[in-house]
Each structure stands twice: as structure tokens, then as C-alpha cells.
Design a protein around this ligand. Structure first.
Ligand code: TXA
Ligand code: MG
Length: 319
């Protein structure tokens, strides 16, 4: 069973040493908890794919301390530098051309000639990166396709037997994954909506930003035209519900939700809703119910990221 570490310098140092020897450590970021391993170590990266049961053609996000660390691994165009300066450290991941001398494991980038980099703002993540001295591949610390963890307890119950340590720094402030922005082509393109919105990126770049259709599985286009099941609880999910059908649990949003229902945000605040999203879905994912009915969340700002996760949670599941 993984040991829970306190976010003290001594215990973070212990985690950093474990990472340098190829072990896996789950750590908090401002978005969700990550399952971290040395991105330059093929065996550590293979262990991440194995622990998650993640198809190895789906590349991982690699975390680095700052822009100059990012520049060791990827080509930073003028546009990339503008967005990096504006949004790093923070909940934005940039997909950039891999440098020819890039030391990141080819397994982490699934053999692509691009790499997804992120500089997290979370203090513990930053300290861990600094102390480990290596880039950290870190997908969300959950079994592939399931709900992302926003608390150390989620990681311990899902992957407790697969990681060495979980650094516990309480619940994640944002609660949904980073925005993934591809700068590989001329037009900037959002591959995954997240905490940084298209409008904010467009304003920083002073040009329009495309958003990939959510029927695309951008890095692994195996089933074009189909919404990809992901972020899914065990129970079936029904969207745009106004009330629960018999046997269903209701997840509310806003002041109109029934008082007895769990509510993502009684005041209708999207930030609060994002922070509550995965923990509340976990709470309702109980075999005493036959399904989870979810009230509509407005498709603006952070609502885009929330609805992206909800549509995937409700998508038809592969066997
Ligand atoms: O908030 C987050 O981003 C969390 C925390 C832990 O940092 N991490 C996370 O990592 O969600 P991961 O590995 O689960 O997310 C990978 C996403 C996927 O949508 C993947 O397809 C995309 O990034 N991705 C990674 N490398 C890519 C590449 N070279 N080209 C296109 N998409 C890529
Ligand atoms: Mg994930």
C-alpha cells in the first residue's frame, strides 16, 4: 500500500529520491492529482501506463518547473512563448514540436514528434519538480477512463497498490484537468477544454483559437465521429436532468436544484462546480443507485470544461 506523505520539505525530498530511482509518486497539482514518474526513464513511464491500464498510444503530459526547462525539450515558437509567459505556471498544457535532442522517453509521447508540456502552479508540485531535477510525466492518478482524483484519498483507493507515495495536500483548487492547447499548426487549437478558456488564450495571442470537436480523440483517432467514453463513474450517467427518476441519484447545479440533492454549486458558481465535480460524482457512484442524473451546467467559461467531462462520462461505454 502507498504511504501518504505530508507536504513537508523532508517528505517531498523522500518522494523526489523515489522518483529519481524510477518509482511512481502521486502528487497534487492545482487541477487534479497526478501519477508522476521520471519522464526520461522508459521503465518509469511504462509503469505509469501499466498502473493506469492506459493504452500506450495515448501520450502523457510532461511537467517541468519553468519555461527554460520546457525549452530543453520542445521548440518554443514566438506564439508558444507568448502563451507560456502569460499562463505558466498554471493550468495550461502546450503541445509543441519535440526537440531533436529531447531526452523525454518516446513512450511518454507515444512515438509522436510532439510533446505536451505543463508548468504547474501548485507549490508542492513545484517543490517536487525542483527537488527531483527531472521532468515528470504525470497523467491524472486514476485508472484509465475513470473519474479523476481531486483528493489524496481518491488516489489511495484507486491506485494505492501501484504507487510508492501519495503526497497529501488536501483537495485540488481547480478540480478539472488543464486546458490542452496545440501549437503544432498555424492556428492554435484547443484539444481539451480546461481551466484556461479559449477567450483568454485568444486575447493573449490576439488571434482566434479553434476548439477541437469533442467527438475527436485527438491524440488517438481510433473511432472518429464517436464521443469517447472517459471520466466515467461505474453507474450510467444521464445529462440535462430536471429531476431524478426512481432509483437515480441527482447531482444538482444552481439555486433551482432540489434542496436534498448534492449540488455542484448552490449559487451557480462554475469555479465551485469544477472543484466539486469529481468528488461529488464519486460520492454518488454507489451501487445502491441505478444511475446518476445531472442537471444542466451553462456552456460558458469553465462550464465548457465541466460539460466536456460530463459528456464523456455519459458517452456509451466500450465493453
Ligand atoms: O491537469 C492535468 O493536465 C493533469 C495534471 C496531473 O497535470 N494531467 C493530465 O494528464 O490530465 P494526461 O496525461 O491524462 O492528459 C493527457 C492529455 C490527453 O488528452 C492527451 O491526448 C493529450 O494530453 N496529449 C498529450 N500529449 C499529446 C500530444 N503529443 N499531442 C496531442 N495530445 C497530447
Ligand atoms: Mg486523465
Amino acid at each position: 500500500m502507498a504511504r501518504r506523505l505530508q507536504p513537508s520539505l523532508g517528505e517531498i525530498g523522500e518522494a523526489a529520491r523515489a522518483l529519481r530511482t524510477g518509482k511512481l509518486v502521486a502528487f497534487p497539482t492545482e487541477t487534479v492529482y497526478g501519477l508522476g514518474g521520471d519522464a526520461t526513464n522508459d521503465r518509469a513511464v511504462a509503469a505509469i501506463f501499466a498502473a493506469k491500464g492506459r493504452p500506450s498510444f495515448n501520450p502523457l503530459i510532461v511537467h517541468v518547473s519553468n519555461i527554460s526547462a520546457a525549452a530543453q525539450f520542445a521548440e518554443l515558437s514566438a506564439k508558444a512563448q507568448v502563451v507560456a509567459r502569460r499562463f505558466w505556471p498554471g493550468p495550461l498544457t502546450l503541445v509543441l514540436p519535440r526537440r531533436r535532442d529531447c531526452k523525454i522517453s518516446l513512450l511518454a509521447t507515444a512515438g509522436l514528434d510532439s510533446v505536451a508540456l505543463r508548468v504547474p502552479a501548485h507549490k508542492i508540485a513545484q517543490t517536487l519538480l525542483m527537488m527531483a531535477g527531472v521532468p515528470l510525466a504525470a497523467p491524472s492518478a486514476n485508472p484509465s477512463g475513470r473519474l479523476s482524483p481531486t483528493q489524496a484519498d481518491h488516489v489511495l483507493s484507486d491506485l494505492g497498490d501501484k504507487v510508492e507515495f501519495v503526497i497529501d495536500d488536501g483537495p485540488c483548487a481547480i478540480g478539472v484537468e488543464s486546458t490542452v492547447l496545440s501549437l503544432l499548426e498555424d492556428k492554435p487549437r484547443i484539444l481539451r477544454p480546461g481551466a484556461v478558456t479559449a477567450e483568454e488564450i485568444a486575447a493573449a495571442l490576439q488571434e482566434p483559437v479553434e476548439i477541437a470537436a469533442d467527438t475527436e480523440d485527438v491524440a488517438a483517432p481510433r473511432s472518429p465521429g464517436r464521443l469517447v467514453s472517459h471520466y466515467a463513474p461505474s453507474l450510467p450517467v444521464r445529462l440535462n436532468a430536471t429531476q431524478a427518476e426512481p432509483g437515480e441519484a441527482l447531482l444538482g447545479f444552481g439555486p433551482d436544484a432540489p434542496k436534498q440533492a448534492l449540488n455542484l454549486s448552490p449559487t451557480g458558481d462554475l469555479q465551485e462546480a469544477a472543484a466539486n465535480l469529481f468528488a461529488m460524482l464519486r460520492k454518488l457512484d454507489d451501487p445502491r443507485h441505478r444511475g446518476i442524473a445531472i442537471m444542466p451546467v451553462p456552456e460558458t467559461g469553465l462550464g465548457l470544461a465541466i460539460n466536456d467531462r460530463l459528456r464523456r462520462a455519459a458517452a456509451p461505454r466500450a465493453m
